[in-house]
Ligand binder design. Sequence first.
Ligand SMILES: Nc1nc2c(ncn2[C@@H]2O[C@H](COP(=O)(O)OP(=O)(O)OP(=O)(O)O)[C@@H](O)[C@H]2O)c(=O)[nH]1
Ligand SMILES: [Mg+2]
Length: 255
Amino acid sequence: MSPGPPIGRAAVVVPCHNEARRLSHDAFAAFLRKAEHVRLIFVNDGSTDDTLARLHALSEVAPDRVSLCDLPTNVGKGEAIRTGLQRAFELDVEYCGYWDADLATPLDVILDFCDLLDAQPNTEVIFGTRVRLLGRKIERRALRHYLGRASATVISITLGLSVYDTQCGAKLFRITPEVRSLFEEPFVSGWIFDVEVIARLIHARRAGGLPPAETVIFEQPLRAWRDVEGSKIGPRDYVRAALDLARIHRRYLRR
Ligand SMILES: Nc1nc2c(ncn2[C@@H]2O[C@H](COP(=O)(O)OP(=O)(O)OP(=O)(O)O)[C@@H](O)[C@H]2O)c(=O)[nH]1
Ligand SMILES: [Mg+2]
Protein backbone atom coordinates (compact mmCIF):
# COMPACT_ATOMS: atom_id res chain seq x y z
CA MET A 1 0.00 0.00 0.00
CA SER A 2 1.36 3.42 -0.86
CA PRO A 3 1.96 5.63 2.17
CA GLY A 4 -0.15 8.49 0.69
CA PRO A 5 0.55 12.17 1.14
CA PRO A 6 1.90 13.30 4.51
CA ILE A 7 -0.73 14.47 6.97
CA GLY A 8 1.12 17.66 7.80
CA ARG A 9 3.43 19.97 5.96
CA ALA A 10 5.84 20.96 8.70
CA ALA A 11 6.82 20.40 12.30
CA VAL A 12 8.62 23.32 13.86
CA VAL A 13 10.59 23.17 17.10
CA VAL A 14 10.41 26.12 19.48
CA PRO A 15 13.19 26.00 22.11
CA CYS A 16 12.20 27.66 25.37
CA HIS A 17 14.47 28.51 28.24
CA ASN A 18 12.80 30.77 30.79
CA GLU A 19 10.48 32.27 28.19
CA ALA A 20 7.40 32.79 30.41
CA ARG A 21 7.62 36.55 30.04
CA ARG A 22 8.27 36.65 26.29
CA LEU A 23 6.03 33.82 25.09
CA SER A 24 3.01 35.32 23.31
CA HIS A 25 0.08 32.94 23.86
CA ASP A 26 -2.10 34.96 21.49
CA ALA A 27 0.38 34.94 18.60
CA PHE A 28 0.99 31.18 18.85
CA ALA A 29 -2.73 30.43 19.30
CA ALA A 30 -3.68 32.53 16.26
CA PHE A 31 -1.06 30.77 14.17
CA LEU A 32 -2.22 27.31 15.29
CA ARG A 33 -5.79 28.15 14.34
CA LYS A 34 -4.73 29.40 10.94
CA ALA A 35 -1.95 26.96 9.96
CA GLU A 36 -3.73 23.65 10.27
CA HIS A 37 -0.96 21.70 8.55
CA VAL A 38 1.82 22.88 10.82
CA ARG A 39 2.74 21.23 14.09
CA LEU A 40 4.69 22.95 16.84
CA ILE A 41 7.07 21.09 19.12
CA PHE A 42 7.91 23.13 22.19
CA VAL A 43 11.00 22.11 24.13
CA ASN A 44 11.07 23.40 27.67
CA ASP A 45 14.76 23.40 28.46
CA GLY A 46 15.02 23.23 32.25
CA SER A 47 13.18 26.52 32.75
CA THR A 48 12.91 27.76 36.31
CA ASP A 49 10.06 30.19 35.62
CA ASP A 50 6.45 29.55 34.51
CA THR A 51 7.36 28.50 30.97
CA LEU A 52 6.02 24.95 31.40
CA ALA A 53 2.60 26.14 32.63
CA ARG A 54 2.38 28.56 29.70
CA LEU A 55 3.26 25.80 27.26
CA HIS A 56 0.62 23.50 28.74
CA ALA A 57 -1.94 26.26 28.22
CA LEU A 58 -0.82 26.63 24.62
CA SER A 59 -1.00 22.92 23.91
CA GLU A 60 -4.69 23.04 24.84
CA VAL A 61 -5.33 25.30 21.84
CA ALA A 62 -4.56 22.42 19.45
CA PRO A 63 -3.64 19.30 21.45
CA ASP A 64 -3.20 17.17 18.33
CA ARG A 65 -0.75 19.61 16.74
CA VAL A 66 1.29 20.75 19.71
CA SER A 67 3.90 18.52 21.34
CA LEU A 68 5.74 19.34 24.49
CA CYS A 69 9.17 17.99 25.44
CA ASP A 70 10.04 18.82 29.00
CA LEU A 71 13.75 18.58 29.76
CA PRO A 72 14.45 18.55 33.50
CA THR A 73 17.80 20.34 33.23
CA ASN A 74 19.09 22.99 30.86
CA VAL A 75 20.95 21.44 27.92
CA GLY A 76 21.29 24.58 25.77
CA LYS A 77 19.52 25.74 22.64
CA GLY A 78 21.24 23.44 20.13
CA GLU A 79 20.65 20.27 22.10
CA ALA A 80 17.09 21.28 22.90
CA ILE A 81 16.44 21.77 19.19
CA ARG A 82 18.08 18.44 18.35
CA THR A 83 15.78 16.73 20.85
CA GLY A 84 12.73 18.41 19.34
CA LEU A 85 13.78 17.52 15.80
CA GLN A 86 14.10 13.83 16.70
CA ARG A 87 10.41 14.08 17.63
CA ALA A 88 9.67 15.89 14.33
CA PHE A 89 11.35 13.10 12.35
CA GLU A 90 8.87 10.61 13.81
CA LEU A 91 5.91 12.62 12.51
CA ASP A 92 4.39 12.27 9.10
CA VAL A 93 5.51 15.68 7.78
CA GLU A 94 7.59 16.88 4.84
CA TYR A 95 9.46 19.73 6.48
CA CYS A 96 10.95 20.44 9.88
CA GLY A 97 12.62 23.44 11.37
CA TYR A 98 13.13 25.66 14.36
CA TRP A 99 11.88 29.09 15.37
CA ASP A 100 12.89 31.41 18.22
CA ALA A 101 10.25 31.61 20.95
CA ASP A 102 10.46 35.40 21.12
CA LEU A 103 8.91 35.54 17.61
CA ALA A 104 11.55 37.96 16.39
CA THR A 105 10.56 36.37 13.06
CA PRO A 106 6.74 36.22 12.74
CA LEU A 107 5.26 32.72 12.65
CA ASP A 108 3.48 33.30 9.33
CA VAL A 109 6.88 33.15 7.65
CA ILE A 110 6.83 29.38 8.27
CA LEU A 111 4.12 29.16 5.61
CA ASP A 112 6.20 31.19 3.15
CA PHE A 113 9.16 28.88 3.76
CA CYS A 114 6.92 25.84 3.13
CA ASP A 115 5.85 27.37 -0.18
CA LEU A 116 9.49 27.97 -1.11
CA LEU A 117 10.42 24.35 -0.39
CA ASP A 118 7.38 23.23 -2.40
CA ALA A 119 8.48 25.37 -5.34
CA GLN A 120 12.20 24.54 -5.20
CA PRO A 121 12.60 20.75 -5.10
CA ASN A 122 16.40 20.95 -5.02
CA THR A 123 16.48 23.16 -1.93
CA GLU A 124 16.94 21.26 1.33
CA VAL A 125 17.39 24.15 3.72
CA ILE A 126 15.82 27.61 3.99
CA PHE A 127 17.45 30.17 6.28
CA GLY A 128 15.64 33.35 7.27
CA THR A 129 18.07 36.18 6.64
CA ARG A 130 18.09 39.62 8.22
CA VAL A 131 19.07 41.96 5.42
CA ARG A 132 18.23 45.62 5.93
CA LEU A 133 16.87 46.22 2.45
CA LEU A 134 14.71 49.27 1.78
CA GLY A 135 11.05 48.45 2.19
CA ARG A 136 11.71 45.74 4.82
CA LYS A 137 11.29 46.09 8.55
CA ILE A 138 14.46 44.72 10.10
CA GLU A 139 14.66 46.32 13.54
CA ARG A 140 17.95 45.38 15.11
CA ARG A 141 20.00 47.33 17.63
CA ALA A 142 22.95 48.98 15.88
CA LEU A 143 25.56 47.25 18.05
CA ARG A 144 24.03 43.79 17.48
CA HIS A 145 23.77 44.53 13.77
CA TYR A 146 27.44 45.44 13.41
CA LEU A 147 28.63 42.64 15.70
CA GLY A 148 26.44 40.31 13.65
CA ARG A 149 27.94 41.50 10.37
CA ALA A 150 31.49 41.12 11.69
CA SER A 151 30.71 37.61 13.03
CA ALA A 152 29.04 36.62 9.77
CA THR A 153 32.15 37.64 7.83
CA VAL A 154 34.44 35.53 10.03
CA ILE A 155 31.99 32.61 9.86
CA SER A 156 31.78 32.84 6.05
CA ILE A 157 35.55 32.80 5.70
CA THR A 158 35.84 29.85 8.09
CA LEU A 159 33.16 27.85 6.29
CA GLY A 160 34.41 28.86 2.84
CA LEU A 161 30.79 29.68 2.03
CA SER A 162 29.39 33.18 1.57
CA VAL A 163 26.46 32.73 3.92
CA TYR A 164 24.95 36.08 4.98
CA ASP A 165 23.24 35.22 8.27
CA THR A 166 23.73 31.94 10.11
CA GLN A 167 22.27 33.08 13.44
CA CYS A 168 18.70 34.03 12.60
CA GLY A 169 16.40 31.72 14.57
CA ALA A 170 14.07 30.93 11.67
CA LYS A 171 15.00 27.85 9.66
CA LEU A 172 13.13 25.17 7.73
CA PHE A 173 14.51 21.93 6.28
CA ARG A 174 13.18 19.33 3.86
CA ILE A 175 13.19 16.03 5.75
CA THR A 176 15.66 13.86 3.83
CA PRO A 177 18.15 11.25 5.04
CA GLU A 178 20.88 13.88 4.64
CA VAL A 179 19.03 16.42 6.77
CA ARG A 180 18.29 13.82 9.47
CA SER A 181 21.96 12.95 9.62
CA LEU A 182 22.86 16.58 10.38
CA PHE A 183 21.07 16.28 13.72
CA GLU A 184 22.10 12.75 14.68
CA GLU A 185 25.09 13.55 16.89
CA PRO A 186 25.29 16.03 19.76
CA PHE A 187 26.84 19.36 18.77
CA VAL A 188 30.36 20.27 19.86
CA SER A 189 29.42 23.98 19.85
CA GLY A 190 27.00 26.08 21.90
CA TRP A 191 25.23 29.17 20.62
CA ILE A 192 26.67 28.80 17.09
CA PHE A 193 25.34 25.29 16.58
CA ASP A 194 23.70 26.60 13.37
CA VAL A 195 27.22 27.06 11.98
CA GLU A 196 27.98 23.48 12.97
CA VAL A 197 24.90 22.30 11.05
CA ILE A 198 26.27 24.01 7.92
CA ALA A 199 29.76 22.61 8.56
CA ARG A 200 28.27 19.11 8.83
CA LEU A 201 26.47 19.63 5.54
CA ILE A 202 29.66 20.84 3.82
CA HIS A 203 31.62 17.91 5.25
CA ALA A 204 29.02 15.30 4.29
CA ARG A 205 28.70 16.63 0.74
CA ARG A 206 32.45 16.69 0.26
CA ALA A 207 32.79 13.16 1.63
CA GLY A 208 29.95 11.89 -0.57
CA GLY A 209 31.21 13.65 -3.72
CA LEU A 210 27.91 15.55 -3.92
CA PRO A 211 27.37 19.09 -5.29
CA PRO A 212 28.48 21.67 -2.70
CA ALA A 213 26.32 22.86 0.20
CA GLU A 214 25.39 26.13 -1.49
CA THR A 215 23.38 24.19 -4.08
CA VAL A 216 20.90 23.04 -1.42
CA ILE A 217 20.82 26.01 1.01
CA PHE A 218 18.58 28.97 0.19
CA GLU A 219 18.80 32.20 2.18
CA GLN A 220 15.50 34.08 2.18
CA PRO A 221 15.59 37.78 3.18
CA LEU A 222 12.86 38.41 5.74
CA ARG A 223 10.22 41.10 5.31
CA ALA A 224 10.20 41.74 9.03
CA TRP A 225 12.36 40.92 12.03
CA ARG A 226 12.57 42.68 15.37
CA ASP A 227 14.89 42.59 18.33
CA VAL A 228 12.81 41.34 21.23
CA GLU A 229 13.88 42.49 24.69
CA GLY A 230 15.26 39.84 27.03
CA SER A 231 17.87 38.16 24.80
CA LYS A 232 20.06 35.74 26.71
CA ILE A 233 23.09 36.37 24.52
CA GLY A 234 25.88 38.27 26.31
CA PRO A 235 29.58 39.17 25.81
CA ARG A 236 30.70 35.78 27.13
CA ASP A 237 28.77 34.07 24.34
CA TYR A 238 30.87 35.90 21.76
CA VAL A 239 34.07 34.58 23.34
CA ARG A 240 32.67 31.06 23.49
CA ALA A 241 31.50 31.40 19.86
CA ALA A 242 35.04 32.23 18.71
CA LEU A 243 36.40 29.12 20.45
CA ASP A 244 33.55 27.02 19.06
CA LEU A 245 34.22 28.26 15.55
CA ALA A 246 37.82 27.07 15.80
CA ARG A 247 36.56 23.71 17.09
CA ILE A 248 34.07 23.42 14.21
CA HIS A 249 36.82 24.17 11.71
CA ARG A 250 39.14 21.53 13.20
CA ARG A 251 36.46 18.89 13.30
CA TYR A 252 34.64 19.27 9.99
CA LEU A 253 36.50 21.54 7.61
CA ARG A 254 40.23 20.85 7.84
CA ARG A 255 41.27 19.08 4.68
N1 LIG B 1 16.45 25.35 24.84
C1 LIG B 1 17.10 26.47 25.05
N2 LIG B 1 16.74 27.52 24.37
C2 LIG B 1 17.40 28.66 24.57
C3 LIG B 1 18.46 28.78 25.49
N3 LIG B 1 18.89 30.06 25.42
C4 LIG B 1 18.11 30.68 24.49
N4 LIG B 1 17.20 29.82 24.02
C5 LIG B 1 16.13 30.05 23.06
O1 LIG B 1 16.66 30.58 21.88
C6 LIG B 1 15.75 31.48 21.30
C7 LIG B 1 16.38 32.82 21.09
O2 LIG B 1 16.87 33.32 22.30
P1 LIG B 1 17.42 34.78 22.47
O3 LIG B 1 17.86 34.92 23.88
O4 LIG B 1 16.42 35.77 21.95
O5 LIG B 1 18.72 34.79 21.61
P2 LIG B 1 18.93 35.08 20.07
O6 LIG B 1 17.62 35.22 19.39
O7 LIG B 1 19.88 34.04 19.55
O8 LIG B 1 19.66 36.40 20.07
P3 LIG B 1 19.06 37.80 19.73
O9 LIG B 1 19.55 38.08 18.35
O10 LIG B 1 19.64 38.67 20.79
O11 LIG B 1 17.57 37.72 19.83
C8 LIG B 1 14.55 31.51 22.23
O12 LIG B 1 13.62 30.60 21.74
C9 LIG B 1 15.14 31.05 23.55
O13 LIG B 1 14.22 30.49 24.43
C10 LIG B 1 18.83 27.61 26.21
O14 LIG B 1 19.72 27.59 27.06
N5 LIG B 1 18.11 26.49 25.94
MG1 LIG C 1 15.96 36.82 20.21
